[in-house]
Ligand binder design. Structure first.
Ligand SMILES: [Zn+2]
Ligand SMILES: [Zn+2]
Length: 344
């Protein structure tokens, strides 16, 4: 370390003394990490040619961290990543899980920590923002009844319901984690803090809105799968706790699809053109008249606001729009499940 210090802090081109955080020499423009960048580019090409696109994306993302954000190379590599990562939404690749056992354990532990964090968020949301939303949605009584039924289920099934809820949120989070791996993001512990804006704090950012949207929608896709599975078990066994799980699980994922803040829906909506944004508003509007689901009404209101704020020339991503719309329809249908409370 101490031997490397002098070369690191002196520009290899013009011998200017450089600050530690600099990525390029302010005098001659030479890239501080030029050597490592050449290595990474070589490894990325080898990975791509060896049929390992995820490995290639991983190398390119690492290279991005070493480049000044406004450099030509950054734009070039971002285009390379976008070309490599532009894949169908929500389709796990068989390679995605090929990490070590220790890595998986660590991922699992972070997942649990994350989950507790998310639960805390939901509680805080219910206590603060939830009250505000309720005031704005006094006619959308579904909101109130949702929390009431939530409480009733909890009282009826206690820990079993709580455990089911935690698992369904965990599955949602794992959808994000799987997508992050599939898109070649570093699978280190801080990566596993999705949810509200956590991705923004990462060193490796998605290179464009479409990529961000795919990672965002992956959570609700897996959440939908979990809720549908619970519904299937309910149908098969007639045990109402599974119906309750399907109902609440679907509702939580619907909440995540509201296009505001850094919610998954906000990330999805950001990848849409103005026209596509209005299409989502239309779909949500129809679904609201069909189901009366208060969360979908909130989605309509937020969607109108977001669509109006979009620039006319904003580019759109068709698969993201289709997936977004499908998720709203399917989750609202599952969230409409009403579970008879006859116990025993
Ligand atoms: Zn220099
Ligand atoms: Zn999510």
């Amino acid at each position: 370390m101490s031997q490397e210090l002098p070369t690191r802090l002196t520009c290899g081109g013009c011998r200017t003394q450089l600050g530690e955080e600099l990525l390029a020499c302010p005098v001659c423009g030479r890239l501080v990490h030029a050597q490592r960048l050449t290595e990474l580019a070589g490894m990325a090409k080898a990975a791509a040619e060896g049929g390992d696109p995820i490995g290639a994306i991983q190398m390119w993302r690492e290279a991005l961290e070493l480049l000044p954000p406004d450099s030509k190379q950054t734009a070039l590599i971002a285009r390379k990543i976008a070309a490599l990562s532009n894949k169908p939404i929500g389709v796990p690749s068989p390679r995605a899980g090929s990490s070590s056992r220790a890595g998986k354990m660590a991922a699992g532990m972070t997942g649990v920590a994350l989950l507790l964090w998310k639960l805390k968020f939901i509680l805080v949301f219910v206590l603060t923002k939830g009250k505000m939303l309720l005031l704005g949605l006094t006619k959308g009584g579904t909101f109130v009844t949702m929390f009431l039924s939530f409480a009733v289920y909890w009282t009826a099934w206690g820990w079993a319901f709580a455990a089911g809820l935690v698992i369904s949120i965990y599955i949602h989070e794992m959808g994000h984690v799987e997508a992050l791996r599939r898109y070649g993001f570093k699978a280190s512990a801080p990566m596993f803090i999705p949810g509200l804006g956590a991705l923004i704090r990462l060193k490796q950012r998605p290179v464009n809105a479409a990529e961000n949207a795919r990672i965002g929608l992956a959570g609700p896709i897996w959440g939908l799968a979990a809720a549908a599975a619970a519904w299937g078990v309910w149908m098969a066994t007639g045990k109402p706790i599974w119906g309750a799980m399907a109902h609440v699980g679907a509702w939580i994922n619907l909440f995540n699809l509201v296009p505001i803040w850094q919610l998954d829906g906000g990330r999805g909506f950001a990848a849409l053109s103005r026209q596509q944004g209005w299409a989502i508003v239309l779909v949500a509007g129809i679904v609201f008249f069909w189901t009366g689901e208060g969360m979908v009404l909130l989605m309509v209101l937020a969607g109108v606001f977001q669509a109006m704020a979009k620039r006319a020339e904003a580019k759109g991503d068709q698969p993201v729009m289709v997936m977004y719309a499908a998720l709203i329809v399917a989750l609202a249908a599952l969230s409409g499940v009403r579970v008879p409370m006859a116990l025993g």
